[in-house]
Ligand binder design. Sequence first.
Ligand code: MN
Length: 438
Amino acid sequence: MELHWGAATDTGLVRPANEDAVLAEDGLYAVADGMGGHAAGEVASSIALATLRDHLGGGGGASVDSERLTDAIRTANDAVHQRAVDQPRLRGMGTTLTVIAVATSEGGQLRLLLANVGDSRAYLYADGRLRQLTRDHSYVAELVAAGEISAEEALVHPHRHVVTRALGVEPLVAVDTWLVTPETGDRFLLCSDGLVNEVDDDAIAALLANAEDPQDAADRLIVAANAHGGRDNITVVVLDVAGAAPADAAPLEARVVEQALGGWLPAGIGDEFASNATIEVPLTDPSSTATTTTQPRVTTTDREPRRKRRLTGATVIFVALVVAVLVAAFVIVAAYGRSGFYAGFDDGTVAVFQGRPGGVLWFQPTVEERYDLTRDALQPEVVDRIEANPRYSSAGGVARFLDQIADDPDSLLPVVTVPPTTTARTTSTTSTTAESGP
Ligand code: MN
């Protein structure tokens, strides 16, 4: 078995510069899509690929194991990150990285290591079908995975360019890796999002099916992306597997196996990055018709790092809105609960209250003014009128109501003078007579 490759990168029709980078030499193939202002993206992607090349020996059929590849990627992450720390104008720069490296062979069998950070992609075109091998580390991919938007909606989502993982942005980066057993006739594609945002999978599959050799395929993909608008930098590597075919071809599911994390994370960090959750990732299969046939699936282990909670602008606005609504609700309840005045009895004494009888939530009425009148001195129907708690918009309104009562002799019970010698029984009788009087 042997590999033949073709590669191309293009600025596209809109962007002022090409911030993508490409690496293709015997045994090592990579695309990097840099990001960051003031040409920082260009710096990030080129540092990443140069570091990768230095670390893996550079060509000549370099063969690596999973640990060596992830170590090289860690070194590339360090290099980009350190440069951004050293040079303020490059702060925050980063790059995607999708790599295929020829792995150390086991028993003469050719194997490939695939690694990915970010939203550049690796595809495998085999048996007339195109399958996406990598997972995008992007905002829209997470929305699709969460079932919040469809794959079609992701293609036109305004935030489809936002990546959730990139090389060089932070001191550590989690890398997805797979061990792939290639077969004769396989055609691998590495590409930046400038291709897949312009050319859909069906069209990519058709181009890969019809191109004679890998360089021809790479060139045609660039032309197609530009024909659809070329709004981003476009980079592709096409890798063909040629040579004698093995006797029995394994199913694709068995040929692409996601790897456990390499040993490159500092001790203790791995646990934080690794969760044992197992998810199924559907492979893109544009050639299948919309029938009831199930999509081929590869079982992989989810190694998303725990997402850091960041205080985003949207979060700040949301929290501010919630606080504003709560404050407004409090003010409204307070205004309602404390509004108006009414007449009533405070512990048997006639009084003017502010607020609402019984209170509203934690806003209780308060006594504004007491009268020199007690319940005992008033006619029962007057007591009833006051206990009905008539409400007024001002304390003066309540005062006028109560003043009328106070000034009206008919409001009062007749004053009964009880002789000092009268027995308790007599007093009781007199009192009863008086209360039932006119
Ligand atoms: Mn891009």
